[in-house]
Design a protein around this ligand. Structure first.
Ligand SMILES: Cc1ncc(COP(=O)(O)O)c(C=O)c1O
Length: 384
């Protein structure tokens, strides 16, 4: 898909889908059920857990955007990830990255382990060393690229090649870059998941999850899982997501421009020990990021130097809000150790490289100078 086609699909992919009346924007079908004019005759929509017209518009658009066969919308990113893990049977193993969203770790370790589905951490950024990690029990490898919160980049095409040879599926959490900057299925992955709460929605007003599947047969199997587990996205939230997607490209361009400037500024700051941002030439993920993505995104992390109080730094921010989440127009600051990754035990966090001095910034669309001034204020106020 060319950039031009992608930009057009973001806006036009959900319009002109309501044939009966020609509504330009997607109508909200706030209904649970549909009249069956003749019993025993199949109709496209019979019950909204199975399918709802507003949700279907979104699911169709997401399948097109991610270049897959089937799109599926859920009530949250975690509901989407849960449904994906239901594809696997007892005895199966899932390989996971060195660092990943804390909730995904909690779901695997706290719940799927009980059903005999195990997980093992591997270095997904080192595709060459991955070959030896696959065992006959390995059913899938989960990629977050870039990862949350250390922005580590994995080579999707290389990992997919290795996984395919070993008969394992590649699941790519594409939350951080969205299909606007990165399309994992076109690079060889089998399943894409999103916390659509983030960039796809983009306005901090809707919690949602998306799954897109490349293979038709697997998509058919997954449709049954979506219907059976039932954590589907409601019609109004589907509409909000459709509306958010129209400006995805504009938001991501602006957020990346802001994030790049801030990452460069932080790199030269005496209060910062290290910056993690794949858009910086000095970042270990820069080359792969350039190869497989068309932008580095609005997320960056940094280690606050020992001469600053972490608590005071967050307290002094006035524009950037200390809060969970990311990917929306408002800039947010996260302290992974006590927020997004608090569900991971401290010793495991240390193993993953997530320190107590790590700050994650989700850069929004505000003025760049105002954001930098806000950070500078926090550096000054937190100096010990
Ligand atoms: C990379 C990633 N995947 C999945 C999730 C879970 O999504 P949700 O909060 O929409 O359930 C998050 C949430 O922060 C995330 O950052």
């Amino acid at each position: 898909m060319t950039k031009d086609e992608l930009e057009t699909l973001l806006v036009q992919g959900s319009v002109d889908t309501e044939e009966a009346r020609g509504a330009l924007t997607a109508p909200i079908f706030q209904t649970v059920t549909f009249k069956q004019r003749e019993i025993g005759v199949e109709i496209p929509f019979d019950y909204s857990r199975a399918a709802n017209p507003t949700r279907s518009i979104l699911e169709r658009q997401m399948a097109l955007l991610e270049e897959g066969c089937g799109g599926f919308a859920f009530a949250s990113g975690m509901a989407a990830i849960t449904a994906v893990f239901f594809l696997f049977d007892e005895g199966g193993e899932i390989l996971i990255p060195l660092d990943l969203y804390g909730g995904t770790y909690r779901l695997l370790d706290g719940y799927f382990k009980k059903f005999g589905i195990t997980w093992r951490i591997v270095d997904t950024t080192d595709a060459a060393s991955l070959e030896k990690e696959f065992t006959p029990a390995t059913k899938a490898i989960l990629l977050e690229t870039p990862t949350n919160p250390l922005l580590r980049v994995s080579d999707i095409a290389e990992v997919s090649r290795v996984a395919r040879e070993r008969g394992a599926l590649v699941i790519a959490d594409n939350t951080f870059l969205s299909p606007y900057f990165q399309r994992p299925l076109a690079l060889g992955a089998d399943i894409v998941i999103h916390s659509a709460t983030k960039y796809l929605g983009g306005h901090n007003d809707v919690l949602a999850g998306i799954v897109v599947i490349k293979d038709e047969e697997l998509a058919e199997r997954f449709l049954e899982i979506q219907k059976s587990t039932g954590g589907v996205l409601g019609p109004l939230d589907s509409y909000l997501l459709i509306r958010g997607i129209k400006t995805l490209g504009l938001r991501m361009e602006r957020e990346t421009e802001n994030a790049t400037a801030i990452a460069e500024w932080l790199s030269g700051h005496s209060g910062v020990d290290r910056v993690y941002y794949p858009g910086l030439k000095s970042d270990p993920g820069y080359d792969i990021s350039k190869k497989q993505s068309t932008g580095a995104g609005g997320l960056l992390s940094f280690e606050l130097g020992a001469a600053h109080s972490v608590k005071e730094f967050f307290a002094a921010l006035k524009i950037i809000t200390p809060a969970e989440s990311l990917g929306a127009v408002e800039s947010l600051a996260c302290h992974p150790a006590t927020m997004s990754h608090a569900s991971i035990p401290p010793e495991m966090r240390a193993q993953m490289g997530i320190s107590d001095r790590l700050v994650r910034l989700a850069i929004g669309i505000e003025g760049q100078n105002s954001l930098i001034a806000d950070l500078e204020r926090a550096f000054s106020a937190s100096a010990l």
